[in-house]
Write a protein that binds this ligand. Sequence first.
Ligand code: SF4
Length: 410
Amino acid sequence: MSAESSPPPPQSTSQSLIDSGIAAEKAGETAASGRTAGGGRPHLLGLTRIELADRAVEWGFARVHAASLWNELYLQGRRAPSEFRPHDRMPARFLERVFSECDFDFPGVSRETHSADGFTRKYLLGLRDAHRIETVLMRYSGRTTACVSSQVGCAMGCVFCATGQMGYTRHLTAAEIVAQALHVDRVLRATSESDPQVGGAAPALAEPDHPSPHHRHERLRNIVFMGMGEPLHNYDAVMQAIDILRDSAGLALGAQKISVSTVGVVPGIRRLAAEKRPVYLAVSLHGATQEERAALVPAARKWKLDELMDACREYTATLGRRIFFEWTLIEGKNDGPEHAHAVGALLKDIPAQVNLIPLNPTFGYDGKPTRPAGARGFQDVLATYGIPCTVRQRRGIDIAAGCGQLAVAG
Ligand code: SF4
């Protein structure tokens, strides 16, 4: 864990923390989608392509001007107003209006760390209000993936999670989420095969002869909302960001390329189903009885296991899509055959895949990861229920970039 990732003293992981985070949201402290953290001017990165075009028309310009700007933002990778050069389809007057009406900046990179195997990079990003978040780039299994944060801290308080140990500070805006993805995309584009830190160890993913620029250059292909924060607690901003990242004229991330992870925020799961959102859903389970789950995941006291499973059934029935259930394996706590049988019984009527994650170390929790033989035993039990199950490779642990390890001090 890097010095700046050293977690602050553990804060309350009680129900009151969850309630206070949600109360803050209800009281309007949440930054509106597409707006700055202060709720002021819109941020360019928080607008969908249609919203941007509508604004262009409002200002007396043509939609094609907005289309050119969008192209330069998402395909040319412009990072500052000074990088936009006026031309026929993007006149100077239009650019002046855009930057007088909208904010446009990126979080600064305070620190970058690389895992020893070269497959993982972690970025500590500074936001405008001096809060900081972490974003992770993963390049393995033939995939390029950004693990993005959705909040500064987290109100859910999972006991083994460094972010949960920080407590909740605020939601990120859609723009702050999109900026993380664009940062990773830019890093990938700039990464050459001769880069000993990444290109030397990890496979090159670019396809020089492919007709699509997304394949010709090494580009971001996957996003997982598994960084700092509970994405479904910041639903509107996360979905706005996903709409922007999916746009076929931008990063064009497909439905199978975006995963949203939740600790079990039942209203959010029901809303995903009702809105038929084209994303994969990962639900962190960790306990297969109400009591065992609530001991690890305080949010389970608010959204009980029965209620959660009902919402999961509704999601799979409505969308015809399986759910990924995440299970952090903690030695002697939730990794015995009896736990595996309980998971099997709980999930037997739900289209599901279980991902087992041997516990990653954090300063605020003294549990130990299950050993490989124990993880295999757990997997074998689930196989008897016909439930597909994988054991996650432990990557990026040396830079505290693994599941549950993201945190910033201060
Ligand atoms: S595991 Fe996820 S939901 Fe739980 S405290 Fe950490 S960031 Fe929040």
